[in-house]
Design a protein around this ligand. Structure first.
Ligand code: ADP
Ligand code: MG
Length: 353
């Protein structure tokens, strides 16, 4: 966590805007052939040759999307890149470049922004993404980060949300609900710390959950894996808001219904045990918790043998005719309507009801 009490605290004004940009980006190197010009001119220049260009952007606001009392700035930088890269992978593309814009109040010293950029740099190194520009401005309150990611794919490889057909299989990568439960652990520890600053929390058993919240990994591996398996998803989306709302997006865009099987939803054992501890239903968390950054996609039944047994993917249901509606088939074998509840709306539930 960024420690405000540390000795070196360089005021932002000491470097000035241009000095700050140079300082933060001095170690960034370019790796992608498609980057013709990165930071340092009026605009960056890219050349995707015969590929189509995928563009996505996200804005993260302090107090709305992140809480710096438990989110270390380095992790925040890393996560901000993941959130965007995940959207490119969800189009079945390769993420290649990002721009990073920040609005920052002078309550942050240069060292805090160094931490943020260390996270951005680490993510861009691991994910092979070039940082090609951005903008820097002051803010009267708090920190804002806006990242735009660019990616590329052949036209015929790109997967949209609208291609699913009745009888297609619904597939999810990884496991669900851990990031949301990680957030619950961090919020509980924050309250404990407020009450007793000397408390020494033992968080070992929650490592996986906290990592999923603070250091999510986008599924960079999936577009190449699907290609290798010769599977072209008929539709795809990333799971940022919770399984149920993403399934509903696929259905609405593709004009299909769905049968989603509760007993097939992949849960890590750590999620199951922490849900017992918090006395919440783990299916509700998988359906409505957010920020897993896994991929959800549909494939034709004919492709089932190609993904069968792959540890990265779980078949959790199948698409139906639109007129059949969207349903969850519970463990008790009852059919209940699937409702959209993103994880933000979980908190607002009481106001709305
Ligand atoms: P302009 O005045 O044309 O907007 P800037 O002085 O803001 O140019 O930016 C100079 C260069 O530094 C540009 O290449 C820009 O993309 C890059 N840049 C500015 N801010 C950031 C940032 N926060 N992170 C990365 N690159 C940045
Ligand atoms: Mg500028």
């Amino acid at each position: 966590m960024f420690d405000n009490s540390q000795e070196t605290r360089t005021n932002l004004s000491e470097l000035g805007e241009f000095g700050l940009i140079d300082h933060l980006t001095r170690n960034f190197t370019l790796k992608q052939n498609s980057t013709k010009k990165g930071i340092g001119d009026d605009a960056a220049v890219l050349d995707f040759e015969d590929k189509q260009c995928i563009i996505t952007t996200d804005l993260l606001v302090e107090g709305v999307h992140f809480d710096l009392s438990y989110m270390p700035l380095k992790h925040l930088g890393y996560k901000a890149v993941m959130v965007n890269a995940s959207d490119v992978y969800a189009m079945n593309g390769k993420a290649t470049q990002i721009t990073v814009s920040i609005a920052v109040s002078n309550r942050f010293p240069v060292e805090a922004l160094e931490e943020l950029y260390a996270g951005i740099q680490l993510a861009s190194k691991i994910y092979n993404i070039d940082v090609i520009g951005g903008d820097t401005t002051s803010s009267t309150s708090g920190l804002m980060i806006s990242i735009t990611a660019l990616g590329q794919a052949k036209a015929e490889e790109i997967t949209y949300r609208n291609g699913a057909k009745a009888n297609d299989l619904l597939v999810v990568t990884g496991d669900l609900g851990a990031a949301y439960m990680g957030l619950q652990i961090l919020e509980r520890e924050k309250q404990v710390f407020k009450a007793n600053p000397n408390a020494q929390p033992d968080l070992d058993q929650y490592t996986y959950l906290i990592e999923r919240q603070l250091k999510p990994e986008a599924r960079k591996d999936m577009p190449p894996l699907l290609k290798e398996l010769e599977v072209k998803p008929t539709a795809m989306i990333d799971i940022s808001d919770g399984l149920s709302s993403e399934v509903i997006h696929l259905c609405k865009n593709s004009k299909t219904g769905v049968n989603l099987y509760e007993d097939k939803i992949p849960l890590d054992p750590a999620v199951i045990s922490v849900c017992e501890e918090f006395n919440i239903d783990s299916t509700t968390i998988a359906l409505s918790g957010g920020e897993d950054y896994e991929l959800l996609f549909t494939i034709s039944q004919a492709d089932f043998d190609k993904i069968k047994g792959n540890p990265n993917m779980t078949v959790i249901g199948h698409m139906t005719e639109e007129s059949e509606g969207m349903h969850l088939i519970t463990r008790a074998n009852t059919k209940i309507p699937l409702i959209a509840r993103g994880w933000n709306s979980m908190e607002k539930e009481e106001e709305e009801n």
